[in-house]
Design a protein. Structure first.
Length: 173
């Protein structure tokens, strides 16, 4: 019974393409567009509030202005990063798509940490440490959400590797 289950899984995997790139490319384009719009809307919203000198939650002061400016710059950098993100299309080779996804994943982590930490330290220096900490506490999770919602199917694509005694299942991590 156990051998039959393994055989059925192997037959199913052998008939499936190891890297279903058309679906991966479409998913990647939706992710890229969604985050470009999100970061763009955050940039425009924060910059608009700063230019209008309006705080919908209370009094408009220098601390609130500085918080909006730092937030607009951080989300503006996110918008630029999404626009400059390399594209994955149906014509992209599976291993190349995996390399792009891997680079974007680790680069997203590093960029998120650098941008949010720098912005928070600047804000803490110009206003108060609590404003800097709140900025980091709000901005860093947004960057993590961006990074962890990124499609990584090509990066984690499983492949069937022919062996002299049968078939082995292998993958890259």
């Amino acid at each position: 019974m156990r051998s039959l289950a393994v055989l059925l899984v192997m037959m199913r995997l052998a008939s499936a393409s190891p890297c279903d790139l058309p679906d991966e490319a479409a998913h990647f384009q939706r992710w890229r567009l969604g985050w470009t719009i999100t970061y763009g809307a955050l940039t425009v919203g924060q910059a608009s509030l700063a230019l209008a000198r309006w705080n919908p939650l209370g009094a408009y002061d220098d601390k609130f202005r500085d918080t909006l400016v730092v937030g607009a710059v951080e989300s503006g950098l996110g918008t630029i990063a999404m626009v400059l993100t390399p594209r994955i299309t149906e014509a992209t080779a599976c291993d190349k798509a995996g390399e792009i996804e891997r680079a974007l994943f680790w680069g997203g982590h590093a960029g998120n940490l650098v941008v949010n930490l720098t912005g928070s330290l600047i804000l803490a220096h110009e206003t108060t440490w609590s404003a800097g900490l709140v900025s980091f506490a709000l901005g860093y999770p947004i960057g993590l959400l961006n990074t962890y919602t990124m499609p990584r199917g090509a990066w984690h694509a499983w492949r069937l590797v022919p062996m002299p005694n049968g078939v082995a299942l292998a993958g890259t991590f």
